[in-house]
Design a protein around this ligand. Structure first.
Ligand code: BG6
Length: 297
């Protein structure tokens, strides 16, 4: 359906103070949120939180100036929903959810002034060819003074399935070599570049390509950015892995949807279940993977 028509139908069906559906970049239908607490954008393509900024603050999410905004291609930045698999061993890389068109279940204004948006994705004949399990996945986004994103995975089939996945959060920083990520001290990780197993000593610092899968960790991470005088916390539920990523020089140059110099201004701290941290979901059951991103004041 034409994006403008879809958005006007959605506005008629889900009238909501602070949240309007509109054709966004590349004509993608999106929920555009502007309430007293924040500004945010969530596209139906990918169930993708693209932008989030508390009122009066710099954005907490980063979006590449080179991103595609079109069906069939993932968005580079914001929070890609990587599901039902994490990584590129199977195609499409990071699963089918970030390439799928999600439908709107509800949109509301909460008593605290935030907006709550609920999107849904269900298995289809096409998805069953790529991943042979019946599912329903609900993405709940609460946009207020902080951002809460929950991905609830329901097994609607008759046999158990297991999944890996991530809320692959991209954040802007003043200068990558000046920032650090704490909360992973002592955690085991697999260096995804050479598959070496290591243990994190101190906070994570950047100065080279970094692609680490921290396993068996439920800790909150904090991005400390002295250049902008701010600290961002990334806390989580239902997640045993955290992925920290910065592509640095050569990988940036290899990625067509990523500016050659953009690695200076971003990093990813991903709330995940990946590698050995698979999630098993029994028929009729569900699992919640959730992240909360907030500026520490
Ligand atoms: C990270 C992976 O989660 O995502 C990296 O650890 C990968 O290896 C990155 O390069 C980006 O993936 P994609 O598919 O969005 O280019």
């Amino acid at each position: 359906m034409d994006s403008s028509k879809l958005c006007s139908d959605l506005n008629a069906k889900f009238p909501c103070e602070g949240l309007k559906f509109a054709s966004w970049r590349g004509g993608l239908p999106a929920a555009v949120i502007s309430n007293g607490l924040c500004d945010a954008v969530v596209t139906l393509h990918g169930g993708h939180v693209c932008e989030f900024a508390p009122k009066g603050s710099k954005p907490l999410l980063w979006l590449s100036s080179k991103s595609h905004f079109e069906e069939g291609k993932p968005i580079r930045g914001g929070i890609p929903v990587c599901w039902p698999w994490f990584g590129g061993a199977q195609q499409p890389a990071h699963g089918i959810a970030r390439l799928s068109s999600w439908s709107v279940k509800s949109a509301s204004r909460e008593a605290d002034g935030s907006n709550l948006l609920s999107l849904e994705l269900r298995s289809t004949e096409d998805s069953l060819k790529q991943w042979p399990h019946q599912f329903k996945v609900v993405l709940e986004v609460k946009a207020g003074s902080r951002l809460e994103v929950g991905l609830r995975v329901f097994n609607t089939g008759s046999s158990p399935f297991s999944y890996t996945g991530a809320l692959h959060t991209y954040m802007p920083v003043s200068k990558i070599t000046d920032v650090s990520v704490s909360g992973l001290e002592g955690a085991s990780f697999v260096n995804q570049l050479d598959k070496a197993s290591c243990v994190q000593q101190g906070s994570v610092k950047f100065g080279f390509e970094l692609d680490r899968l921290y396993t068996d960790t439920v800790s909150t991470c904090v991005v400390d950015d002295p250049g902008w005088g701010r600290r961002i916390s990334i806390s989580k539920e239902g997640s045993r892995s955290t992925v920290v990523w910065n592509p640095w020089v050569e990988k940036s140059a290899r990625m067509p949807d990523f500016g050659d110099e953009e690695y200076w201004e971003m990093l990813c701290v991903e709330t995940a279940n990946a590698g050995p941290d698979k999630v098993e979901v029994a028929p009729g059951s569900s699992h919640l993977l959730k992240t909360v991103i907030a500026e520490i004041r």
